[in-house]
Design a protein around this ligand. Sequence first.
Ligand code: ZN
Length: 418
Amino acid sequence: MQRFFRTPTFAGLVLLGIVAVLLSNLLPASGVVAQDQPSAHVARPAPAMSPFVDVHAHPDPSDPERSVRAALEAMKLENAAKMVLMPPPFTADDPGRFDAEIILRAAQGHADALAVLGGGGSLNAMIQQSVRSGDVGPEVRRKFKDRAEELLRLGAVGFGELTAEHFQGATPYQSAPPDHPLFLLLADIAAVHGVPIDLHMEAVPQPMPLPAPLKSPPNPPQLQANIAAFERLLEHNPHARIIWAHAGWDNTGYRTPGLCRRLLQAHPNLYMDVKIDPLKPGKNSPLSSGASGAIKSEWLKLFQDFPDRFVLGSDQHYPEPLPGPQRWEAIVLLLNQLPADLRQKIGIDNPNRLYPTSSVRADKQEARSCMLLGFVGRGGSGIGGAHTSDWLGGGGGGFARTGHPDALQQTMMDTVQR
Ligand SMILES: [Zn+2]
């Protein structure tokens, strides 16, 4: 038997050798082609010319501590001063579902550099559940509000990532009316606490067939309009600051600078975080060649006309997926093309204003957390040399006021499953 197997294996190796020789003869031609493609040999881009805050990044839940270490390391290369980590928007039955607790725990001790949004693994799942069941009764609302406020007590500085229209990706297709009663309730809670909502919503101004190259299934063949309902959400509570995620990453063809302009003009509580995906730039990238090239004039004009309303949200995952260009590289490329005053606003001032937690409030909450949960928070000393002194009162307190997430992890799971 041994001999029987050994012989074909040897023959197989010889055959493989022949194939390899044949391939090697073909390789020079394909190698030349690869070298001609700019993406094949692009050197890692320079870091940001001035420090910036990345308000939209995701950890790997299988190893949050490693994710935090990777993010902190990458921030030095990027010249990122701060980063906001958050769970993606999950459905209730997703086995990979997680929420702010595991990120907060891993980020402890890095309040100077990292902030956390919560609700992607719980509030979003509750909204999707409610859309399906049609139940928006008092009990559903009470549980939703309790969970939202719990997230803030734990140390989340806002709510994210929520979604009203999300194509199949790492998470399944999801859709909910942006003026769903639970979104309106969340806007009220966010307004009371002075924290933002980060909302992922593909732009669908009117009912339309699923645009190419998206496939159905897993996405539906027909999309429901959502912009009018989104405007009702924005109008519902003008004190709720809503960050419409992923400006510059358009998958329907309707997230144009023109639509962004009209909505920014009409709704002073609307903000946008800018994303450029090098692997999938979409239909309306701010850069002339997708994820590279010069900034398009109509986008630059939009940033200049609304300098207080944009932030950078790379949607980068940490540790960085290998290989290939990373999402943070593309937004840094964009940032470096902005005039210095705009770089300062979009990179630093706007995020500082959007995630406001005064040192007084942070200290009070930290003291309370310590008393209730026996956790001693630690402030940080700041990194990156950024002028971000008003971020959570200059890095004392801040996200270290997270209490001890372990104690409440089960509460989150129960809340959604109930
Ligand atoms: Zn998203």
